[in-house]
Design a protein around this ligand. Structure first.
Ligand code: TYD
Ligand code: MG
Length: 452
């Protein structure tokens, strides 16, 4: 018999601990560990015999899953080409980022395409959701609306209505009466998600779960349900910026890392079909500290501007402020510049930023980061018609990035005429750009800034 002592679970990352502590050793979060009631264990022990399950071959005649298109291209692409029936999707994001707005618009678009859609709000009253729909001009769409948090009632309703798409906003407000824990607790969120995912599979309904990401651990984060669902999308963006990025973090039905770009306007979220043009807007004068990175987000090339500011510091340990990039990666680049090229940043504050609020995860951004840093430090502008990309290794050598030609083509489309890339990058010259290939960081520094 299993011991039924309580367990302690981190509400942010879902790690299970044997005892309570102030800090989760798994994710480093403070005050995120909560006690969970023990699971009731049945009378059967593992020794009891089960039935044999049917097995099948890998070869299959089955067609790929049918997909429904929403008509919102940015959303369809992130889903891997449309909504798959009987799939469970989690949409996570900070409170107030625009998740409810996005999903109400998505439900309306799917409904206009003929899908039967249900939107269950556990956070807002039906009247509030209707008011929002009116403001967004969605009242003509045949979305059925419900305001409820009791999951038993919701499942019964879903079973009776048999929609093709059900949006549950949000999973943290849902509660099962069979579990003695507060809504938003790890046990409730996990159990509610499990019920809904099982329902999706059994009844062939696509279920979208909205999940808030909270840093204080007051409510269980979407991490707790990430492994249960087929697709995990994160809706991100800076509060002050109007751009919002929908990013596929996991997708059993399409490529992960695909992004959709939206703009928050007075009339809801608008698609941004050409994100590069948007992220590079307002770049007219050549400015020191600016470098354009030709990146790849999912299957699409996206150009972004990396901005750096380097200033004398009055602090004993100078500031390293990084927005939109991995700060560990930036420290590595600073170390390589110092150790391999003899360019120290000691005594200097460094500020780095990706314009427009995009987060860049690619190692290929290294060269553009180094370019922006050097340009800011030397006060020499990089030619405004140049893009940069390539990974910097610890030895200072430059490593080619994938999809060189796609990056160059996007740059050419946006009016750039030259590129600096690592040696041995695979290019056939079809983009028309003047491409300079560099073997290492030292030659890059010498060529661009006449130092090193
Ligand atoms: P919401 O979808 O409620 O966020 P979430 O569900 O992620 O908590 O979005 C709320 C924010 O979006 C709010 O601060 C106002 C802004 N907003 C607009 O700017 N324009 C709009 O048309 C709508 C509906 C919301
Ligand atoms: Mg909401």
């Amino acid at each position: 018999m299993a011991r039924s002592s309580p367990s302690f679970t981190c509400s942010t990352c879902g790690a299970v601990h044997r005892k309570w502590s102030g800090k989760c050793e798994a994710c480093g979060g403070w005050n995120t560990i909560v006690e969970e009631a023990p699971l009731s264990t049945g009378p059967k022990s593992l020794g009891a015999k089960g039935r044999t399950i049917p097995l099948s071959d890998l070869a299959t005649e089955e067609a790929p899953p049918p997909r429904a298109s929403s008509g919102i291209d940015e959303l369809d692409r992130v889903l891997g080409g449309g909504l798959v029936a009987a799939s469970a999707i989690l949409v996570g994001g900070d409170p107030g980022i625009g998740k409810s707005t996005l999903l109400l618009q998505a439900a309306a678009s799917f409904a206009r395409k003929g899908l039967k859609c249900l939107y269950i709000s556990g956070e807002e009253a039906a009247a509030q959701v209707r008011m929002r729909a009116q403001r967004l001009g969605l009242t003509d769409a045949s979305v059925k609306l419900g305001a409820e948090t009791n999951l038993r009632d919701i499942l019964t309703t879903l079973d009776a209505e048999r929609p093709q798409l059900a949006v549950i906003d949000s999973i943290q407000t849902m509660w099962l009466d069979s579990i003695e824990a507060a809504p938003g607790s790890v046990s409730q969120v996990r159990a509610a998600a499990h019920e809904l995912v099982t329902f999706a599979k059994r009844r062939g309904v696509a279920v979208v779960l909205v999940g808030h990401v909270t840093k204080d651990g007051q409510i269980a984060g979407p991490r707790v349900v990430e492994h249960m669902v087929d697709t995990v999308l994160y809706f991100e963006g800076e509060r002050g910026h109007q751009f919002r990025i929908l990013r596929a973090v996991k997708n059993r039905f399409g490529p992960a890392d695909e992004i959709g770009v939206f703009e928050m306007t007075g009339g809801g979220l608008a698609e941004v079909a050409n994100p590069s043009a948007l992220f590079l807007a307002n770049r007219d004068q050549p400015a020191p500290g600016s470098a354009v990175f030709a990146g790849i987000e999912g299957t699409r090339p996206v150009l972004t501007e990396i901005q750096a500011l380097v200033a004398p510091s009055t602090l004993a340990s100078p500031r390293r402020t990084v927005v939109g990039l991995d700060s560990g990666r930036v420290s590595t680049i600073l170390a390589v510049l110092e150790a391999r090229c003899g360019i120290p940043f000691t005594g200097l504050d460094v500020f780095l930023n990706v314009a427009g609020g995009l987060r860049v995860h690619e190692p290929a951004a290294d060269l553009a980061v180094a370019g922006a840093l050097l340009s800011a430090r030397e006060d020499v502008a990089i030619p405004p018609d140049m893009v940069l990309f390539g990974e910097i290794s610890l030895s200072g050598a430059l490593r080619p990035a994938g999809q060189t030609e796609n990056r160059l083509k996007e740059a050419a489309k946006l009016g750039f005429s030259q590129a600096t890339v690592p040696s041995h990058s695979k290019t056939d010259g079809a983009s028309g750009l003047t491409v300079r290939q560099m073997p290492d960081l030292t030659s890059f520094v010498g060529e661009m800034f006449g130092a090193g």
